[in-house]
Design a protein around this ligand. Structure first.
Ligand SMILES: Cc1ncc(COP(=O)(O)O)c(C=O)c1O
Length: 453
């Protein structure tokens, strides 16, 4: 498959957003017929647009098997005596062009350790987006800090920088944007706010392996970045995570936090002044070994997802009612852990989004509904009644918090518009991308009929 470099990515994204078809040469050569003629959608008894299946996940071979056995027979299963985790961290930091990488047990642990290293605790506030996985919220609460949930930009699904500034108070100790779906949030705007108020930016890049902003990997722009290696992620070892940073003092504080407050894997010396707290968040040698093998495939897989996502975007641009999530100007690579897009029923004879999902699923192409309304979730709103939070912040402040975190844009988008395809679907063939578009066109053509079914 043809390589897309930075320049062609921007060009392709711009072409897609200008509404014209972008089709790399290799895709043109492989493209099948787009004609839907009078073929009925599968939900109305027609043939499935996608009769095969998308690639399975995880992808592995004897490389992973050998790595696991090597670690097994080495008798060094943990990083304190083994060497594999250090090798992984070296390779990982090289891949990201960053000074330090620290392997940890999960993406949640990576975020938790970074907030711990910053010394964040009761009375502090951390700004996070509403449209994210619940872990982004949980790590703030684990430190008894106040998660200040900020609304999304409906075009990109990313945190809205304009609303970040309005959410800052004298207690704000960190801004924690997420590169949701694996495409970069508006880093320039967010970093500028961080600089203006002297507040560190911690990037939740858990879904954004190899995504780039202005040619530099995300996770590498703020004080630190977090990655997840949980099973579904584009780089995966079952469970695992990493912190990357260019700040050596911050790295040391993160290391100490993840290793019971100790300064290094070998010395048992409590790290002076490094947050005064610590845990065991150490990754195992088995996980690190799998990651080393998986990393040999990551770049090629990322290229495939990118090309497919851009191709699909260009086709969606020509289907009224389907709009790929906007890429900000600085985006030079998306990870496409999720291919996020908007569904507007007006383009489909007023057919509800749930009917579209059902009709696509019948074609062999399952879209996902995605995240919901975190600000209204009883799990989150229940924090206002948490006895510790009442004690720390007071009942009145917690009531006010419920008002502060209201996110009406997210409510509308998640109720009516948001849809995703998964990274495994983005690993499919060019033809499969065409089949997705073909299915959508068929459904659109017959939407009046499907709506009344
Ligand atoms: C945006 C985001 N943040 C944090 C996490 C937490 O990562 P983990 O599951 O490895 O703890 C995830 C994982 O799904 C995520 O998607």
């Amino acid at each position: 498959m043809k390589t897309i470099n930075r320049r062609t990515f921007i060009g392709a994204a711009a072409t897609a957003s200008a509404g014209k078809a972008f089709r790399p040469d290799s895709i043109l050569a492989n493209s099948g017929s787009h004609s839907i003629n009078n073929v009925k959608p599968a939900i109305l008894g027609g043939p499935k647009a996608q009769p095969g299946g998308f690639p399975g996940w995880p992808i592995y071979d004897h490389t992973e098997a050998k790595g696991l056995l090597d670690t097994l027979y080495s008798n060094h299963w943990g990083r304190l005596s083994g060497k594999v985790t250090s090798r992984f961290e070296e390779a990982h930091s090289k891949m990201y062009g960053v000074k330090h990488s620290l392997g940890v047990t999960s993406g949640t642990s990576a975020l938790y350790a970074m907030l711990g290293a910053l010394g964040i605790g009761p009375g502090d506030e951390v700004i996070i987006p509403v449209y994210t996985f619940i872990a982004t919220y949980n790590v703030v609460v684990l430190h008894y800090a106040l998660p200040v949930i900020v609304d999304m930009d409906p075009e990109s699904f990313q945190i809205d920088p304009k609303k970040i500034e309005a959410a800052i108070t004298k207690n704000t100790k960190a801004i924690m944007p997420v590169h949701i779906g694996g495409t970069p949030c508006n880093l320039d705007a967010i970093l500028a706010i961080g600089r203006k108020y002297n507040i560190p930016v911690i990037e939740d890049a858990c879904q954004a392996h190899l995504a780039e902003w202005k040619g530099k990997k995300v996770g590498n722009w703020g004080l630190g970045g977090a990655f997840s290696f949980q099973s579904s992620k584009n780089l995966n070892c079952g469970e695992g995570g990493a912190i990357i940073t260019n700040d050596t003092d911050f790295y040391r504080a993160c290391f100490a936090f993840h290793h019971q407050g100790q300064q290094s894997a070998t010395a048992s010396i409590v790290a002076a002044g490094a947050g005064i707290r610590g845990s065991n968040l150490r990754i195992t040698e088995f996980q690190s070994n799998i990651l080393l093998s998986q990393m040999t495939r990551l770049e090629e897989q990322a290229k495939i997802r990118n090309e497919n996502a851009l191709y699909l975007s260009s086709m969606f641009k020509e289907i009224p009612g389907l709009t790929p999530a906007k890429l900000y100007e600085g985006t030079t690579n998306g990870a496409y852990h999720l291919f996020m897009f908007r569904y507007d029923k007006e383009g489909f004879s007023g057919m509800r989004r749930e009917q579209f999902i059902k009709a696509m699923a019948a074609e062999g192409i399952q879209p996902s509904l995605g995240y919901g309304k975190m600000d209204k979730d009883p799990y989150v709103t229940g924090l206002a009644g948490n006895p510790f939070y009442r004690k720390i912040y007071g009942e009145k402040e917690m009531k006010r918090w419920l008002e502060r975190i209201d996110c009406p844009v997210n409510a509308r988008v998640t109720d009516e518009n948001a849809l995703w395809f998964l990274q495994t679907q983005m690993l499919g063939t060019n033809t499969q991308m065409e089949q997705i578009a073909e299915a959508a066109r068929k459904i659109q053509k017959y939407s009046g009929e499907i709506k009344n079914k």
